[in-house]
Design a protein around this ligand. Structure first.
Ligand code: ACO
Length: 213
């Protein structure tokens, strides 16, 4: 496998990879925002915007030229969560609101910018490994490579919204700590029904962070 920064010429190929593989992400699988193999415009807009920051990494299988996995990394700036919460008011897709509403609320409350006195944070936003390449340490290596590029660009703080237990394990192995952990099953709608019916072992969403200097 070869690990490289994702060039613009491969953005479409990455979107194709995500269409097939990212719907397994626990929150998505629970609320059904994106379905396997089907375009998912709201998330794909978020993916493309993130790749435009030029900090994303891909693992390519050099034998087949297939994308084995990606870490889409973006710059998160102070004040953006507040903006995103405002913008969400114009998005009527319930599934999207359920995923990003949770992430935004937790991050707004945490306010890592003030905690660590920084204006920008390196964020691992989307971690995805092709289902036929999983369990071989590719996500871990994508994290290692992402940290290297974060350091190269002078970031002081790296974070991830780890919605999957597997991402949490990877982050923990790389020295990240838990800033906040929430239990999916604690969230209920007005009728007392669970909002996030994630499958074991994915029972918590954890914001995890690491200082790079
Ligand atoms: N069952 C049990 N443990 C597993 C499994 C599994 N199916 N898959 C991975 N793990 C564990 C590994 O044992 C390892 O833990 P360890 O270090 O304690 O041994 C850890 O998870 C990471 O293993 P990797 O092999 O590095 O992970 P992989 O390359 O398989 O990729 C990923 C993990 C990206 C989560 C993959 O399963 C995937 O693409 N899932 C669908 C999308 C998703 O959920 N992405 C993460 C959402 S969070 C975010 O994007 C920031």
């Amino acid at each position: 496998l070869e690990y490289t920064v994702i060039p613009q010429s491969l953005f479409d190929a990455v979107i194709d990879h995500l269409r097939v593989n990212f719907p397994d992400e626990p929150l998505n699988a629970s609320v059904g925002l994106c379905l396997h193999g089907i375009p998912c415009p709201l998330l794909e807009h978020h993916d493309l915007k993130t790749m435009e920051d030029g900090l994303s990494i891909m693992a390519i299988d050099k034998k087949t030229d297939k994308i084995a996995g990606v870490a889409l990394n973006g710059i998160s700036r102070k004040g953006e969560t507040e903006k995103s919460i405002e913008e969400m008011k114009n998005i009527d897709n319930l599934q999207y609101r359920r995923i990003f509403g949770l992430l935004n609320d937790v991050n707004l409350e945490l306010d890592l910018f003030t905690k660590y006195n920084v204006d920008k944070i390196f964020e691992v936003r989307i971690l995805s490994v092709d289902s036929s390449y999983r369990g071989k340490g590719i996500a871990k290596e994508l994290f290692v490579q992402s940290e290297a590029i974060a350091k190269k660009h002078g970031f002081k703080v790296m974070k991830t919204d780890a919605t999957s237990l597997f991402t949490q394990k990877v982050a923990e192995s790389q020295g990240f700590w838990v800033e906040k952990s929430v239990s999916y099953h604690d969230y209920k709608d007005e009728t007392g029904q669970k909002i996030y019916d994630t499958r074991p072992p994915h029972l918590h969403y954890k914001v995890m962070a690491k200082l790079l200097i």
